[in-house]
Design a protein around this ligand. Structure first.
Ligand SMILES: C[S@@+](CC[C@H](N)C(=O)[O-])C[C@H]1O[C@@H](n2cnc3c(N)ncnc32)[C@H](O)[C@@H]1O
Length: 280
């Protein structure tokens, strides 16, 4: 179940950072807030946010745990983290540290209690981990027994029509024929229904699993549709293409959106939480 290599992920999100934040109000922030809420954070909690990006869930977590709490927001992409640091500073949040680190090797610093974090949050990020199950199982050991793990992932219906239109527009511009676009990120497909997410969390030695669906149907304006491609992991599909080719992909894509009458982009998301059993 290998995800893309770390250097590739970092390069994609370094390049995507500005565009990523352009779609944050519609896409990333609602899910980040829902995740922090469902995790039931309390003042004083210590939180690890994995693949924090520019802070959609990490900043919500920092507000929830307050000045006596602490959030470690880790990500491979320095450009994403830098935007998170700016937002934290604008909100005068002093209890959050954005750290460039690979989640597969993260060790909590001494500011975290020996028993572990109170909560682990990860919004739209676990499916990027090179071996999702192994990496997530290791991350769960960094949470204290009885602590919370909380993840978001796309619902199976989400992005389907939008991505089909995009791959139809992109395909003719690529030097090689496209592999099956639905196989671009197989790990994400293992979390894309409430039952699958529930089973996956349970298999990670957790209990009290709760999975909720966050409906999010975003008006498919030309601007949003393109910003979401270049401001998400889909940006990787454009890597290596010359700017004039990228512009032709954009133009064909927005043309197809109109031709096929796409009115909304389905960004429906699953929010899953569970309690870590651990070795208490
Ligand atoms: C789709 S973005 C989501 C960002 C943020 N959680 C949000 O929802 O706004 C996925 C993020 O995971 C990060 N990521 C992927 N693999 C990672 C790893 N092994 N360690 C740390 N961060 C990782 C990427 O750099 C990217 O910023």
């Amino acid at each position: 179940m290998a995800g893309p290599p770390a250097e590739e992920v970092a390069a994609t999100f370094d390049a995507a950072a500005d565009d990523f934040d352009r779609v944050a109000p519609e896409v990333w922030n609602p899910a980040g807030q829902a995740l922090a809420f469902q995790a039931g954070l309390r003042p004083g909690d210590t939180v690890l946010d994995v693949g924090s990006g520019t802070g959609s869930s990490a900043l919500s977590a920092a507000s929830a745990v307050g000045p006596t709490g602490l959030v470690h927001a880790i990500d491979l992409s320095d450009e994403m983290l830098e935007r998170g640091r700016v937002k934290a500073s604008e909100r005068a949040l002093l209890n959050i540290e954005f750290v460039c680190a690979d989640a597969t090797a993260w060790e909590p610093p001494s500011t975290v209690p020996d028993a572990g974090y109170d909560a682990l949050l990860s919004s739209y990020a676990v499916f990027f981990l090179p071996d999702m199950d192994l990496a997530f199982a290791r991350l769960c050991t960094l949470v204290r027994p009885g602590g919370t793990v909380a993840v978001t992932a796309w619902r199976d219906s989400a992005l389907r029509e939008y991505a089909t239109i995009y791959f139809d527009a992109l395909g003719p511009h690529l030097p090689q024929p496209l592999p099956d676009p639905t196989a671009v990120m197989p790990p994400a497909q293992r979390l894309d229904s409430p039952d699958k997410m529930r089973d996956w969390l349970t298999a990670a030695d957790t209990v009290d699993v709760e999975v909720n669906e966050l409906s999010n149907l975003i008006p498919a304006t030309e601007e949003f549709c393109w910003n979401f491609i270049v401001g998400s992991g889909l940006r990787a599909t454009l890597s290596g293409l010359e700017p004039d080719v990228v512009e032709r992909v954009r133009s064909d894509f927005v043309g197809l959106i109109t031709e096929r009458g796409l009115h909304t982009v389905d960004a429906t998301t699953l929010v899953g939480t569970a309690k870590v059993v651990g070795f208490a």
